[in-house]
Structures are given as structure tokens and as C-alpha cells.
Design a protein around this ligand. Structure first.
Ligand code: GAR
Length: 204
């Protein structure tokens, strides 16, 4: 099978994967009312809800999540706005086939509120990153980045909207590369067989 996406909310990145024709076999959320679940259902994609609150520990949640994922035997697990930190054992289990999208040009601005942090830092270039997940949150070998110009007068919301449009371009591209077996990892650096561009610079 192909790809399982993990979401916590809106699910627009998951939707971008589906709409780009990627074979999403299941969508799993740690939040019962996650908006993205509705879209997945409307496309006939299997959905599962596994509320982390109902588990006694992070490890117990991670183990249950892994069991749900493995039931679909995916080649790729894509974190798509999954706002729950995953433990080392989980990360190790899916090492090399776990991707995340983060709304900043890593290694700048890991964590939350990336757009506000970018504005506060006065950076002139911001963006998003698709990376392999490692034990350290919002780190790991970079597959592709998209850059957007920071405009005078930007608010976190206006900047987020321009970055999100790029997220929807680069995540499907990265997932496709992965499933086509085109990603090579060496010493923490990812290259793409065929030398496709791993940087998108938005004209906006
Ligand atoms: C996206 O901007 C994604 O990059 C971010 O959450 C948003 C989810 O939106 N992820 C993170 O911050 C992970 N560290 P979506 O649910 O519409 O895809």
C-alpha cells in the first residue's frame, strides 16, 4: 500500500496530497473533530481517530498509533499538520519513511507560531520545509523547501496564507519523489535522482 497521512485539524496538506493524485490509503487523526476527516471520508478514504488524551502515556499512544498505521501497511507515513510530538521509539520504527511538513525554512523557527517568530526576527525570506522526521522535533534531512518573500505590512496570517499555498505544492512533490524511490539520503543530506529542484521560490 502507499501512504497514510496523520492530521490534527484542517487537513489542507492531506487534501493537497489527495488532490495531487497520491495514493492516500488512510487518514488518522489524534483529534476527533478534525476538519480534514470529513474531506477524507468524502473521497472514500479510510479514516481513524485515536485521541491521545485517552492514553495513559505518550508511549501507549504511540504504540496504538503505530498499530493503526501498520494495519494499512503503508510505504510512507506523512505528518500533515499532526500537532503531537512522537516519541523516539515511534520515530525509529518509521525511520526513513516518515515525512513532515513544517511552516518555516528549517533549521530556523522550529516549533509553534513560526510566522509570528519570522516577523519578529525581521527575516526577509520565510517558507516551508518537507523533511524526514528524526527524534529531534522539526529537524531531520531536508527534502524540499519553498521560500516566500516577507512583505512590509505582513501579519502572521497573511504570511501563513502565502506559505500554505507553497506547502500544498511541495508536499505532494516530496511524497511523489519518495514513492517513486527517487530520494537518496547521505550523511543527513537528501538529493533527488534526476536532480529535480529541491527549492521553490515563490514569485509572490
Ligand atoms: C501547516 O501549516 C503545517 O505546516 C503545520 O500545521 C499546518 C497544518 O495545516 N505543521 C506544523 O506546524 C508542524 N510542526 P493543515 O492541517 O491545513 O495541513
Amino acid at each position: 500500500m502507499a501512504l497514510v497521512a496523520l492530521i490534527s485539524g484542517r487537513g489542507s496538506n492531506m487534501r493537497a496530497l489527495v488532490e495531487a493524485g497520491l495514493p492516500v490509503s488512510a487518514v488518522i487523526s489524534n483529534v476527533a473533530g478534525a476538519q480534514g476527516l470529513e474531506f477524507a471520508r468524502s473521497r472514500g478514504i479510510a479514516t481513524k481517530v485515536l485521541e491521545h488524551r485517552k492514553f495513559a502515556s505518550r508511549d501507549a499512544f504511540d504504540a496504538a498509533l503505530a498499530a493503526e498505521i501498520d494495519a494499512f501497511a503503508p510505504r510512507l507515513v506523512a505528518l500533515a499538520g499532526f500537532m503531537r510530538v512522537l516519541g523516539a521509539a515511534f520515530v525509529q520504527r518509521y525511520e526513513g519513511r516518515l515525512l513532515n511538513i513544517h511552516p518555516a525554512l528549517l533549521p530556523s523557527f522550529p516549533g509553534l507560531d513560526t510566522h509570528a517568530k519570522a516577523l519578529a526576527a525581521g527575516v526577509k525570506l520565510h517558507g516551508c520545509t518537507v523533511h524526514f522526521v528524526t527524534a529531534e522535533v522539526d529537524h531531520g534531512p531536508i527534502v524540499i523547501q519553498a521560500a516566500v518573500r516577507v512583505r512590509a505590512g505582513d501579519s502572521p496570517e497573511s504570511l501563513a496564507a502565502r506559505v500554505l499555498a507553497q506547502e500544498h505544492i511541495v508536499y505532494p512533490r516530496a511524497a511523489r519523489w519518495f514513492l517513486d524511490g527517487r530520494l537518496l539520503r547521505q550523511n543527513g543530506v537528501v538529493t533527488v535522482k534526476g536532480n529535480d529542484a529541491q527549492l521553490v521560490v515563490s514569485p509572490d
